[in-house]
Design a protein around this ligand. Structure first.
Ligand SMILES: Cc1cc2nc3c(=O)[nH]c(=O)nc-3n(C[C@H](O)[C@H](O)[C@H](O)COP(=O)(O)OP(=O)(O)OC[C@H]3O[C@@H](n4cnc5c(N)ncnc54)[C@H](O)[C@@H]3O)c2cc1C
Length: 485
């Protein structure tokens, strides 16, 4: 990485560029990604986090090529995140663990231009934080302010007020305050302040997560395939017979943290959960709470792993309808705050990274939106909301039907056309998406009558954004985006 001084973008390259004071509420994966994108775009960033950073949960997170490519574009030190490169998917039979199907991901990089990684969330969080605040790298290091609980936002005047009485002013406010804030109305902060009313209901499926240490696997002689560089599934489909196992029973097992930890997501019908607490609780649950219902029939090798697990926590799941809007005045929402989704496409964090990437591009010195933040946020919403909403809907459908899960191998042009006609999300559209091109095409369509040097007129911009039609076509099996007035 280069030094801060030499690598700081030259704001003078676009005479309309204005350095913004950006306040990010929430220092999770989305907020930190936004901090990196904004500092690289030449802005001054403060991240306000309600707690200290010691509580990011210990579970795996998969980062597909559409997320990884931004980490690379932002010079994030990916090896520092101790990635496991995914090489295969394995489907196992619930009761015996017998392999039903195995898919190789060996050609993933060739096909999609980047890796599909498994990270441990804490490793990913730590490296993103380091990148955001480091004195090395492009732009001015972001500042982190912990123990600041956002209480209210004035989106028109750019004012954030915290529970401790501190008030700050910013040119641009980003609500990256996560999914939990969206459920309980009394906790809804930035989302509520921009008048979004969440419509969420408890999902019929819920989740427990836990980890098994590789040293314990070796010491206790548990199955070594558990730390293969693979995602391994049990269940997820209706079991045999009329009262067979429900499709909501599913296990997802992956190694992370360089293979030192094997992480489990154990899904089951919600009515079996004993734990109805919202969000993260920090008291471990007994393994008997996970081994409920049809878990009594689970593959004994898998049960042995679960019995030797640590960090066992419930993770309640909610089905969210898309929100009506993502911004008001100079305030927007991002990540789970904007598009909370079920975990079945493994895209929540990747979509938060894409949000951050879009904001970084829109407010870069390539465009003129630093002079009209609201117009830039309107474009951000136009660019990001349709795509994130498609992923959100497909994540909910994949809970009901495993065939809705995007694959990892490219579809033939014929299959991609069929899938798109059925409204299905495809791996092609996730991994071949050209965000730079999409934004450039949209800006071109918005300002086609204006000369390069003309300053934007907000009224014209907003009116045009409302009439921009995003074209989606399939060329050579991948979805192409264009924008037309
Ligand atoms: C079971 C499960 C498995 C998943 N697996 C994957 C996966 O494999 N791949 C993937 O891409 N995604 C996955 N996800 C989704 C992913 O974890 C989330 O989408 C992602 O973490 C969202 O990041 P965020 O920054 O928006 O929110 P968060 O990471 O929740 O961060 C929000 C931050 O805001 C802070 N905050 C909240 N309120 C306030 C306030 N009032 N003031 C100040 N700070 C505040 C919080 O303390 C927190 O630090 C999974 C999710 C689940 C439930």
């Amino acid at each position: 990485m280069s030094s801060a001084t030499s690598a700081t973008p030259n704001p003078n390259s676009n005479s309309d560029f204005k350095q913004l004071q950006v306040a990010i509420i929430g220092g999770g994966l989305g907020g930190l990604s936004a901090a990196i994108a904004f500092r690289r775009a030449g802005h001054l960033v403060n991240i306000y986090e309600r707690r200290n950073f010691n509580v990011e949960v210990g579970a795996s997170i998969s980062c597909a090529a559409n997320g990884t490519r931004w980490l690379r574009e932002w010079d994030v030190d990916i090896p520092d995140m101790k990635p496991v490169v995914l090489m295969k998917l394995v489907m196992r039979e619930w009761t015996t663990g017998q392999i039903l199907n195995e898919y190789s991901l060996e050609n993933y990089v060739e096909e999609w231009g980047d890796y599909c990684y498994m990270f441990h969330r804490q490793d990913m969080h730590a490296t993103l934080l380091k990148t955001a605040i480091s004195t090395e790298g492009v732009g001015t290091p972001a500042k982190v302010v912990i123990d600041h609980i956002c209480e209210s936002v004035d989106p028109d005047n750019g004012i954030v007020t915290f529970k401790n009485g501190v008030t700050v002013h910013a040119d641009l406010i980003i609500g990256a305050d996560g999914i939990r804030a969206s459920i309980t109305p009394s906790q809804s902060i930035v989302r509520g302040q921009i008048s979004v009313r969440p419509d969420a209901k408890s999902a019929p499926q819920t989740c427990y997560r836990c980890n098994v240490r590789r040293e314990d696997i070796d010491r206790l002689g548990l199955v070594k395939y558990s730390y293969d560089p693979a995602i391994q599934f049990w269940g997820g489909i209706q079991g045999p017979g009329v009262d067979g196992r429900s499709k909501f029973y599913k296990i997802v097992m992956t190694p992370c943290s360089g293979g030192d930890i094997v992480s489990f997501y154990c899904f089951m019908p919600t009515e079996l959960t004993k734990n109805h607490q919202e969000g993260f609780v920090f008291e471990e649950v007994p393994v008997s709470e996970i081994l409920a219902g049809k878990y009594s029939e689970l593959d004994p090798d898998c049960v042995d792993l679960l019995k030797n697990s640590v960090d066992r926590m419930p993770w309640r799941l909610y089905l969210h309808q898309p929100y009506s809007h993502w911004f008001k005045g100079n305030t927007c929402i991002l990540g789970d705050a904007a598009h909370p989704m079920m975990p079945h496409q493994s895209q929540g964090a990747c979509q938060a990274i894409e949000d951050a990437a879009a904001l970084g591009i829109i407010f870069s010195n390539k465009y003129k939106f630093t002079r009209d933040v609201a117009a830039g946020l309107e474009l951000y919403q136009a660019i990001r909301k349709p795509r994130a909403t498609r992923v959100q809907a497909a994540s909910a459908r994949a809970m009901e039907n495993l065939n809705e899960r995007i694959g990892f191998t490219s579809l033939t042009p014929h299959d991609a056309t069929l899938a798109a006609a059925e409204g299905k999300l495809t791996v092609n559209e996730m991994n071949t998406y050209d965000m730079h091109g999409h934004i450039a095409a949209s800006v071109k369509a918005l300002y086609k009558d204006q000369t390069e040097n003309e300053l934007m007129d907000k009224a014209v911009c907003v009116e045009r954004l409302n009439s921009v039609r995003l074209g989606i076509s399939i060329e050579q099996g991948s979805l192409q985006y264009s924008a037309k007035l």
